[in-house]
Design a binder for this molecule. Structure first.
Ligand code: NAD
Length: 488
């Protein structure tokens, strides 16, 4: 399996079909793994957003009026089409994103299908309320109604899973959608969009625009005829989008740095395998990756040695299509530069490289970052407090549980955290206090399933609202409508 046969030319899909973009320019799509040209995509213009939002707005009334059981039939057909194209989608995803085909890309296609299955189940159970009234001459019906046009803006690390997680519940609950993929994974999202169109979705119910976020994303998030903005991406962009979308319903999913706390009684045999997988999955480009380790001084040296040995043994950097590869290149040059900078400055400030520490030589591109373990990391280093988003495990010493909680309180992030202790009651008490949307006890920061609520802790910068399961449908994609009738 290789990337060589791929040639996709993507652009807007509006009103049920691919259309010419109003933007005159195109951008090449290049594989981060091989440097090969995979195709190109249209650099869309704000006029594309106008057309797409108008198409979604025109389609909304009829789609919202369709029964949930009718809408579900379209989603079921989408599952069939995505399943039929599983290997093609996985191959394109591995080529364009850089993740290993066998151990990650196919799994993301499967997760995409799970988001549709979950949306189907939850949409059928979106109940209304019939409360009693003080005035016996009246009756009240409180029902959940779709909000309208949803702007779905996604990142490049899990382009299919994230887009499906935004789009499936939005469609199932009766909204129409205009989606914008991240530039470096546009081809994959375009092929996903074609699956929805080929599943027979009515014209205008799902639309895609392509191009640069600063152009098309800006136009989309601030558009007056968009009622909901679902955004997954970085903190700076998310803050801008949230401001542009003021007054609209918002579902904002941002970054994290996955503090993994090992208390003095942590079971290392349990902690190490999950932590290795969580740190290096998707080359660390995961918002819920184990991005930093806060390790009690009593077990620090033992953990550092055993963790490093496990990484050396388990993580095989290589071509995403090689059978034994467990980690591919990082997705883009901007990110690779940020990882360089975080690691170099940490080392300059006293961190010790236990493994890796630089990009790997001998690959077709310079985007292959070695699996890296850094010891003696301190709170003053960017690699500890920011989101490095690369295959780096920074190990920091702590002297108490209280210190771990203080470090987490001081962090701007609050998405996912993990704590390891042999005392379950202690772990649960820690979880109650830990400031994160999800806290995993004796399992890694990446423990998640598509039906569980997922999002950032209030007051932090990891986002607003909850994706997954029934939560986005109830909280964001629908609103309560109250009808009071005088019945005499
Ligand atoms: P990014 O913010 O650079 O881009 C995300 C999307 O925003 C892209 O589609 C981009 O085109 C668009 N965009 C850019 N400028 C815009 C603007 N002015 N207006 C509207 N849209 C604009 O993020 P990224 O680098 O693609 O993704 C990585 C980030 O995403 C990481 O921080 C990661 O933690 C986060 N992430 C979070 C979750 C979660 O569920 N919390 C999941 C995956 C990724």
């Amino acid at each position: 399996m290789t990337a060589t046969a791929i040639s996709v030319h993507a652009g807007p899909i509006i009103g049920g079909r691919p259309v010419e973009s109003a933007g005159a320019e195109r951008q090449d799509a290049v594989s981060p793994a091989t440097g090969e040209l995979l195709g190109s995509f249209a650099l869309g213009a704000p006029a594309d957003v106008e057309t797409a939002v108008a198409a979604a707005g025109d389609a909304f009334e009829a789609w919202a009026a369709t029964s949930v059981f009718e809408r579900i039939k379209f989603l079921e057909r989408a599952i069939v089409v995505i399943s039929e194209r599983r290997e093609d989608l996985g191959r394109l995803l591995a080529s364009e994103q850089g993740k290993p085909y066998r151990v990650e890309a196919l799994g993301e296609v499967d997760e995409t299908i799970e988001y549709f299955q979950s949306a189907i189940e939850c949409a059928k159970r979106l109940d209304g309320i019939l409360p009693p009234l003080a005035d016996t001459a009246k009756r009240v019906l409180i029902s959940r109604v779709p909000r309208g046009v949803v702007a779905a803006i996604g990142p490049w690390n899990f382009p299919l899973g994230t887009m499906a997680g935004q789009v499936a519940p939005a469609l199932a609950s009766g909204n129409t959608v205009v989606a914008l993929p991240a530039p470096t994974t546009t081809l994959t999202c375009y092929e996903f969009a074609r699956c929805l169109i080929d599943a027979g979705l009515p014209e205008g119910v799902f639309n895609l625009v392509t191009g640069q976020g600063a152009v098309v994303g800006d136009a989309l998030s601030g558009h007056p005829d968009v009622q909901v903005v679902a955004f997954t991406g970085s903190v700076p962009t998310g803050l801008r989008v949230a401001q542009r979308a003021a007054g609209k319903a918002q579902l904002i999913e941002l970054g994290g740095n996955g503090p993994t706390v090992l208390l003095d009684d942590a079971d290392l045999a349990l902690a190490i395998p999950g932590s290795v997988s969580s740190t290096y999955y998707c080359a660390g480009q995961n918002c819920i990756a184990a991005g930093r380790f806060l390790v009690h001084e009593a077990i620090y040296d033992e953990f550092a040695e055993a963790f490093t040995a496990a990484v050396r043994r388990e993580i095989k950097l290589g071509d995403p299509f090689a059978e034994d590869t467990t980690m591919g290149p990082v997705n883009n040059a901007v990110l690779a530069g940020k990882i360089d900078q975080h690691v170099r400055s940490a080392v300059a400030d006293g961190a010790k490289v236990l493994l890796g520490g630089e990009r790997a030589a001998g690959f077709p591109t310079d985007l292959y970052w070695q699996p890296t373990v850094l010891a003696d990391v301190t709170e003053s280093m960017a690699v500890a407090v920011e989101e490095t988003f690369g295959p780096v495990a920074p190990l920091q010493r702590i002297s108490s549980e209280t210190e771990a909680l203080q470090i987490m309180q001081a962090s701007p992030y609050g998405l996912s955290a993990a704590v390891y202790t042999k005392d379950l009651a202690r772990g649960l008490r820690f979880a109650e206090k830990a400031p994160a949307g999800t806290v995993n006890v004796n399992t890694s920061t990446s423990s998640a399933e598509v039906h569980l609520p997922y999002g950032g802790r209030a007051g932090k910068l990891s986002g607003l609202g909850r994706t997954q399961g029934r939560y986005p449908m109830e909280d964001v994609y629908t609103e309560l409508k109250t009808v009071i009738a005088h019945v005499g």
